[in-house]
Design a protein around this ligand. Sequence first.
Ligand code: SRM
Ligand code: SF4
Length: 570
Amino acid sequence: MPDTIVLPPPSKNEGIKARSRALRGTIAEGMDNVVTGALAEDDTQLTKFHGFYQQDDRDLRAERGRKRMEPALSFMARLRIPGGRVSPTQWLQLHEIARERANGTIRLTTRQTIQYHGIIKGNLRSALSAVNDALLDTIAACGDVNRNVICTSNPHASLAHAEALALAKRLSDDLLPKTRAWHELWLGEERVAGGEPEHEPMYGPTYLPRKFKIAIAVPPQNDVDVFAHDLGLVAIEHDGAVIGYDVSVGGGMGMTHGETDTFPRTGDVIGFCTPDQAVAVADAVIRVQRDNGDRSVRKHARLKYTIERMGVAAFQAEVERHLGYALAPAHGFAFTGTGDRSGWSQSPDQTWQYGLFVENGRVHDLPDRRLLSGLRAIANVHRGEFVMTANQNLIIAGVAPEDKADIHSLLLQYGLEEGASALRQASMACVALPTCGLALAESERYLPSLITKLDAVMDEAGLRDQPIVLRMTGCPNGCARPYLAEIAMVGRGPGRYNLYLGAAPDGTRLNKLYRRDIDEGAILADLTPLLHEYAAGRREGERFGDWVIRAGHIEATTAGNRFHLDLALA
Ligand code: SRM
Ligand code: SF4
């Protein structure tokens, strides 16, 4: 008798999705229950597909627990804004939602969109319907589906940038779930008579095994960290127009400390597609992941693990079987960096743009830097658009030459003109505490003070103008893409981090674990001599991430697209 293969049972989330009636669950009933600020546990998995998470204020968790009170519950809502572009009118609407329905701040994310924090249950419906009034939505911003599609910022920079933005929008729209659940639940749209179960032609009834992310890069900028995404498209230009995209698959950042079968991975380039083929390629990659991804263990469900298991060649063959044709060979490309340009610059179409540094993406008013109010004032006179970047910054784009002086004086009036060091400008931190339920350590609230200390070292070493990509996250999930930073700190516990060094500054090589489980004193003690040594020993134009390898502080084996040996330590 042949051996029967016993497959592990599907994860709990698979059952929740299957029973959800196309993502409805019992969310409507939960919203009507005024006794609690919470939704039913299973529904909190489904709300992710609608773009929001139930959270609690972790600063208050212990105290409320002692008093036997319900945690201080609220919701985080994430918008879907492909390519991160909004009009000034939309910005004003988003500003009002932050003030009236959320905690009064707007959080620019590492994937070119915004998040609101602190929306209480009673404000959720009106917040989402106000988002809809701004001609935006939160559909599929989270959940096991294709997420917000990101692309190299600033559509005015070239025709290729504008084409990339148009493709980002097309991909985002075409790959949306087809269920009307969002419209019914949050806008009160009537259900079609009979309430027939809806058909999800691409996703099927259980959607994807896990989240799926797409990024489009326009070389030489790799500001989207294209190799960190499940699917990356790199624009190939000829005579200023995009003739197609090199296709990368299987990137991802998330890992778990101590679990060596979880790891960050950079994508593999498997070929080239024309602009007309790009949506079909994304559709085919998603279908192969839908059918082959791990539906039992969510920690192994991302596309990167499917590809590791199947092998790149077999995965590509499956994609091509769905497409009905083979991908053309990749053209090849070169990147110069992953950062954003700050300050004023002019585009070929003669409009101006101002690259505005937003520390860790948090748009709020500080006494000397009134970002929230300043951006509202600018939105009142600006006639171009605002473009969020994948580095948590904002571009005031498409500024007509005659408006530049007015906008500049508003930047000065609200204290928004650039003064941050090169290190600070090249830094990112994830949200972490107090809202993120997975944070093990501080990140957004802590990194600014650590950078002040590191800036003193950089000054002493004569490195004030030297950009070094530095990123921090409160846990190993990798939301600020730390494993692609020249210097990264990844939270392990309160005040303690793993220190990683040596990623390529153009986003093509992962970094490597340098020290494990250290506090601020040890971080500064490790980095101070390294930064001095780098200042003295670097070659012309050599970046820190490359130098640490040449100087022998990090083994050259970091080249490659996944972690190997260092995981044994982590
Ligand atoms: Fe993330 C989960 C915040 C970009 C990998 N991420 C979360 C949650 C929702 C926590 C949770 O599940 O309870 C965080 C909400 C915190 C809060 O209070 O707001 C969160 N992720 C963020 C944001 C806001 C970080 C930021 O500071 O900007 C980014 C929102 C992006 C967006 O607009 O869509 C964000 N997250 C990322 C990225 C970067 C990227 O995509 O370019 C990654 C790494 C790339 C990747 O996906 O591999 C990332 N987030 C994760 C993971 C690990 C996934 C994995 O494959 O292991 C989790 C945990 C999970 O999904 O189980 C997570
Ligand atoms: Fe939360 Fe971890 Fe993501 Fe930071 S990296 S936002 S701590 S899940």
